[in-house]
Design a protein. Structure first.
Length: 328
């Protein structure tokens, strides 16, 4: 019997790729940059399965160009690059990689929070560029974490893992917004489920972890930054479009908030002349939160398992549209 045909939209770690190539007739996009939408449409034309990345748009046009497609396996937990209703309407299950990247992503949230709070980007650049003249009693003063209040926006897997680190490690009090209360967080961290306005008014650190959806797109704009304390450190490891970036740049420039740490921006990459790069109180990482060897291997394995299940007509182990999982 012929092997299922699949397109893998970028080289992923061998831990997953080897599983795919052993079971499928696989074409792997060899370039560093993503295929254009036109090329992607051509590539999936005869495919049973697609491995997509967060930089590949899986929309109605793409799905229409792939009449045999049985599964889309996203190499990410976030699936905002995929038109889920369109995939569901075509009875195509969509897989993602939850859980295995939670700890690595929470580590980067804390890293950015510390770097922004302690002005690490700015002071390290100053040192390297010769502006470190002596030990300065008033130089590069940042803010403490111990005993302060953390605001988690989106108490899902990564939000909870981030809150645990900062509560157990630095004794931070935790407030959070979420669609529903999270009893584990209330019990383990004595966390308080509040509305967004209460969170913005009361916390010293805001860390964003909600998925990108119509309720979170543009969630942080001028009004929201104005409601925060002037000492707030704002961290976003979720998705760039949660934030109105000119409002953020303005808040950082005018001292409306103290600092920001971003792992995600809109667009990605941000143009090198973007105003956020010119601000000393903004630390920007190039979307690296899941970038550890073990985490990317685990994502690749999970992604391959989803793909193989889909092309072989089995339910996906991790599916974001369960209503069509195993329906073929
Ligand atoms: N920077 C990175 O490399 C990186 C890595 C992993 C995940 N992420 C992002 O982090 C997101 C979260 O991942 P996760 O595994 O924790 O997912 P999750 O589904 O466990 O958590 C997301 C939470 O956000 C909540 N939420 C949705 N809309 C909300 C709103 N309007 N207000 C408050 N809460 C809301 C959901 O109810 C859910 O609890 C992903 O969707 C992805 O966008 C980024
Ligand atoms: O959603 C995700 O998984 C990240 O953005 C990349 O790991």
């Amino acid at each position: 019997m012929a092997k299922p045909r699949v397109f893998v939209a970028r080289r992923i770690p061998d831990a997953g790729l080897n599983l795919i190539t052993a079971a499928c007739d696989a074409e792997v996009w060899p370039e560093q940059l993503p295929p254009s939408p036109e090329v992607l449409r051509q590539k999936v034309r005869d495919c049973d399965g697609l491995v997509s990345l967060l930089t590949d748009k899986v929309d109605t046009e793409l799905l229409a160009a792939a009449p045999k497609l049985k599964v889309v396996s996203n190499f990410a937990v976030g699936v905002n690059n995929i038109d889920l209703p369109a995939a569901t309407a075509r009875k195509i299950p969509v897989g993602n990689t939850p859980g295995v990247l939670t700890e690595a992503t929470a580590d980067i949230a804390v890293t950015l929070l510390l770097a922004a709070a302690r002005r690490l980007g700015e002071s390290a650049t100053d040192a390297k560029e010769g502006r470190w003249k002596t030990w300065e009693p008033l130089g590069w003063l940042g803010c403490d974490l111990v005993g302060r209040t953390l605001g988690i926006v989106g108490m899902g897997r990564i939000g909870f893992a981030t809150a645990k680190r900062l509560h157990h490690g630095w004794g931070m009090k935790v407030l959070y917004t979420a669609r529903n209360p999270k009893p584990e967080a209330d019990a383990e961290l004595k966390a308080r489920h509040v509305d967004l306005d209460t969170l913005l008014a009361e916390v010293d650190f805001v860390s964003v972890h909600a998925d990108l959806n119509p309720t979170t797109k543009g969630m942080f704009g001028e009004k929201e930054f104005a409601k925060m304390k002037r000492t707030v450190v704002f961290v976003n490891t979720a998705r760039g479009p949660h934030v109105n970036q000119s409002a953020l740049a303005n808040a950082l420039r005018t001292g409306t908030i103290f600092a920001a740490g971003l792992d995600v921006t809109d667009p990605e990459p941000l143009p090198p002349d973007h105003e956020l790069y010119a601000l000393p109180n903004c630390v920007i990482a190039p979307h690296i939160a899941s970038a550890t060897v073990d985490t990317r291997n685990a994502m690749a394995t999970m992604c391959a398992q989803n793909l193989l299940a889909g092309v072989q007509g089995r339910p996906l182990p991790n599916c974001v549209n369960p209503e069509v999982n195993g329906s073929r």
